[in-house]
Design a protein around this ligand. Structure first.
Ligand code: HEM
Length: 506
């Protein structure tokens, strides 16, 4: 073979992969272009690509909370009913208009029945996708919701009240024993109360995290919740390359915690106390672990563990977050605090100096205070819905065109933007519980109050959380006056600490 011949052959070998590579990049470019023209092609106002990338990365590493990103996007597109943006390669439609929120979450619920599942279901830790929040209607969400609903009725709440009070008493004891050092970082302390409540009422486990702050239930719960950027990255790597990570002996704390809780739940279940009032008993009674078949639900051990684990995650951080801000707002607003204290004294007088279930439910101003705090300090940055059937958002305002949503499209709704929009709440940055008074409440559109979500997929634990929060606020206020320690930026930053001065009333 002549050298010239060999050279031509070599060139051909180079040419083919080069053409393939060019084709690959052209295709990639077309795909990227197609993705990033998704909203402009549909005439939807949208955020520019660079800002989307910057904001997603900042939120991923928790440099600033994603709530700020949504609030800014909401405010920038003032008179729009929706805004498009991209979470990396995913186009998402942010719905701002309460009427559209009502259509999506309630009126046309059949087209938006599910949440997106953020956890790959076929991975090693599929328990993370086995929970009410992630379940689709196809997977039996309706049946599962019907199983869990009886746990949250008024009669169940009344029965749970003494256990909640026991956890509350432990909190008060720890405050009392803190004589001299009454300035407390409330977020940390209050999350021990919410952990104790769910441990006791949810799983029938007593842990008293105030006396025993090193108990394993608390430690493991904390490692589930404290999901820092680095921990998130380790977990993502673990899900993608489990074998490599195992060989390297790297185990994210989330995985360690899930091993601990699996063992604990199964140990409690082994006692087979089907008469207990806790969640474990409820699930066993409904055939979890004994293989009872429902039309869509399949009940294996992972389902049992998954649901119980998620309820812990759903209940602890959320309630602690709102509670910490209730104490913060009361400390910052002495007039509100005084008015609440007067209501409390009236109720105590009528009830021989103690607070019971009935007393708490009768406190109207307490309800207003909690509602206003939920409005100002929502927990989730955005609620999501997945489009499950093709749907058209009809054009209504000048400049709009019909938007044709297809199955799988992502919809998000931003509580903070809506709840701090002066169109719906006058002076939205002002803490004013009277907005929720009997005289004013009728002026509030329920689809502008999104902290617990809305429609059939709203928070199932809402009443539980309200009772848990109201009880401890009433018990604390009865004994202490709260004073602010004036730390800046508390209201914007979810991760910041909140210091409160507790001044004994006795
Ligand atoms: C202040 C405390 C709480 C807040 C702010 C809160 C907020 C939320 C929100 C926003 C959702 C999603 C709603 C939607 O997409 O429309 C949700 C769902 C859920 N929450 Fe809560 N939550 C709280 C406490 C609790 C508690 C105490 C429990 C259980 C004991 C709980 C259990 C759940 C469950 C199981 C779901 C999924 C419901 C479903 O998809 O059917 N939450 N919560």
């Amino acid at each position: 073979m002549s050298p010239k011949h060999t050279f031509i052959e070599f060139e051909m070998w180079l040419l083919i992969p080069s053409i393939l590579l060019i084709c690959f990049f052209v295709k990639l470019f077309c795909n990227v272009l197609q993705t990033y023209t998704y909203w402009s092609d549909r005439g939807v106002p949208h955020l520019n690509l660079l800002r989307c990338f910057k904001n997603c990365t900042i939120s991923l590493f928790r440099i600033t909370p994603s709530a700020d990103f949504f609030k800014d996007m909401y405010d920038e597109h003032k008179d729009k009913r929706y805004v498009g943006f991209y979470e990396y390669f995913q186009p998402i439609l942010l719905i701002k208009d309460p009427e559209l929120i009502k259509d999506i979450t309630l009126k046309d619920f059949h087209s938006f029945e599910d949440h997106h599942n953020f956890v790959p279901s076929a991975d090693l830790h599929s328990i993370w996708s086995k929970n009410l929040y992630s379940m689709s209607t196809q997977q039996g969400w309706n049946e599962m919701r019907a199983i869990l609903t009886p746990f949250f009725t008024s009669s169940k709440l009344r029965a749970m009240f003494p256990s909640m009070k026991e956890c509350c008493d432990n909190f008060l004891k720890s405050l009392h024993s803190n004589e001299g050092t009454k300035v407390v970082e409330i977020k940390n302390l209050i999350s021990r109360y919410t952990v104790d409540v769910i441990a006791k009422i949810g799983y029938g486990v007593t842990c008293n995290s105030f006396e025993n702050e090193n108990n394993e239930f608390l430690k493991m719960s904390e490692s589930l919740m404290n999901y820092t950027g680095l921990e998130g990255l380790t977990y993502l790597t673990y899900l993608t390359f489990p074998t490599v990570m195992k060989k390297l002996n790297i185990q994210p704390s989330r995985v360690r915690a899930s091993v601990f809780f699996r063992k604990l739940f199964l140990d409690v279940a082994r006692m087979r106390d089907t008469n207990g009032t806790n969640l474990v008993s409820l699930l066993i009674k409904n055939g979890f672990l004994s293989g009872k078949s429902y039309s869509k639900l399949s009940l294996v051990e992972d389902d049992f563990v998954g649901h119980l684990l998620f309820l812990l995650i759903a209940a602890v951080e959320t309630t602690a977050h709102v509670l910490a801000y209730i104490f913060y707002e009361l400390a910052e607003n002495p007039k509100v605090q005084q008015k609440l204290y007067e209501e409390l004294r009236r109720v105590l007088k009528e009830n021989n100096g103690s607070i019971d279930y009935q007393g708490i439910t009768s406190m109207k101003y307490l309800d207003n205070v909690v509602s206003e705090c939920l409005r100002m300090h929502p927990v989730q940055a955005a609620h999501d819905r997945k489009c499950t059937k093709p749907y058209i958002i009809k054009a209504k305002l000048p400049g709009e065109s019909d938007i044709h949503l297809k199955e799988g499209d992502w919809i998000w709704m931003p509580p903070e933007g809506v709840q701090k929009d002066p169109k719906y709440y006058i002076e939205p940055e002002k803490f004013d519980p009277d907005r929720f008074s009997a005289e004013n409440k009728h002026t509030i559109n329920p689809f502008t109050f999104l902290t617990f979500g809305v429609g059939p997929r709203n928070c199932i634990g809402q009443r539980f959380a309200l009772m848990e929060m109201k009880l401890i606020v009433a018990e604390v206020l009865q004994r202490y006056q709260l004073e602010s320690c004036n730390f800046p930026n508390v209201e914007r930053y979810h991760d910041s600490k909140i210091w409160i001065r507790f001044i004994s009333r006795s």
